[in-house]
Design a protein around this ligand. Structure first.
Ligand SMILES: NC(=O)c1ccc[n+]([C@@H]2O[C@H](COP(=O)([O-])OP(=O)(O)OC[C@H]3O[C@@H](n4cnc5c(N)ncnc54)[C@H](OP(=O)(O)O)[C@@H]3O)[C@@H](O)[C@H]2O)c1
Length: 254
């Protein structure tokens, strides 16, 4: 039998969290760092990366910030080289970076479609391909992809976002089958409505109406999502793969 704190310990793991400058990614980086992992958290700007390094230093998390455009193969390639040489690869990859460019389909511009698919879905292909090689060598790894309840429910005005988020699920199941024999798990976490910059533009009245439809009667916090990611990254989640865990307060029950 293993003690609960050992089951959830990430001592010895090296984690990469994309989009760790704020919101859910910042919460995930914090939770995994506090659990003992070395964490590389990414931002799209030098200032954002420096702020992550400083945040980690202040709370005693081992790791640093790094600039990454997850939609760019060149940027992912540079990040891989940098992390391989400084941290010796990653054992836990959390694909969290994401954007929205909402519009009804008939008004949706090519750029709105392309940028959401590139940032939210092609990024997962690029980072997984770049970092799974090191995991294969170590015969140990975790890939955790942050999708959305919208990928399962759909939402008017978000055909691009829903397509990307649903695409992650099929991608993750396929990769889980490819790499399971090497001790690597691949899972999806699908948050509902979480209080971050992404939802803060919603008018207060709309937010209250939304909360009333959620069985748990509130929007989620970043910790609600980070706790599930910690479970999947740790030994506690070792026998879970190809799975999607919904973290939505009961808004949508699969
Ligand atoms: N909030 C919700 O209710 C909710 C619900 C379901 C799913 N999600 C998903 O959860 C994830 C995080 O959402 P959030 O609400 O925390 O978002 P957020 O507060 O808007 O933060 C987005 C993060 O992604 C980074 N990012 C944006 N474009 C990027 C790119 N091209 N390459 C690398 N990083 C990039 C941002 O970096 P910068 O700070 O440098 O811009 C930031 O760190 C997203 O995938 C989102 O779709 C969110």
């Amino acid at each position: 039998m293993t003690a609960a704190n050992e089951l959830l310990s990430l001592a010895g793991e090296t984690v990469l969290v994309t989009g760790a400058s704020r919101g859910i990614g910042a919460g995930i980086a914090h939770a995994l760092g506090v659990a003992g992992a070395t964490v590389v958290g990414t931002a799209t700007t030098e200032a954002g990366a420096a702020a992550i390094t400083e945040r980690f230093r202040q709370v005693g998390i081992r790791g640093r910030g790094l600039v990454l455009d997850a939609s760019s193969a060149a940027s992912v390639g540079n990040a891989q080289k940098d992390i391989d040489s400084r941290e010796g690869g990653v054992t836990v990859l959390v694909n969290n970076a994401g954007i929205t460019r909402d519009n009804l389909l008939l008004r949706m511009k090519d750029e709105e479609w392309d940028s959401v698919i590139a940032t939210n879905l092609s990024s997962v292909f690029l980072t997984s391909k770049a970092f799974v090689r090191g995991m294969l060598k170590q015969r140990h790894g975790r890939i955790i992809n942050i999708s959305s309840v919208i990928g399962a429910m759909g939402n008017a005005g978000q055909a691009n976002y829903a397509a990307a988020k649903a695409g992650m699920v099929g991608f993750s199941k396929s990769l889980a089958r490819e790499v399971g024999s090497r001790g690597i798990t691949v899972n999806v976490v699908a948050p509902g409505f979480i209080q971050t910059d992404m939802t803060s533009s919603m008018p207060e009245e709309q937010r209250a109406r939304l909360a009333a439809q959620i069985p748990l009667q509130r929007l989620g916090s970043v910790d609600d999502v980070a706790g599930v990611v910690l479970f999947l990254a740790s030994r506690a989640g070792a026998y879970v793969t190809g799975e999607t865990i919904h973290v939505n307060g009961g808004l949508f029950m699969v």
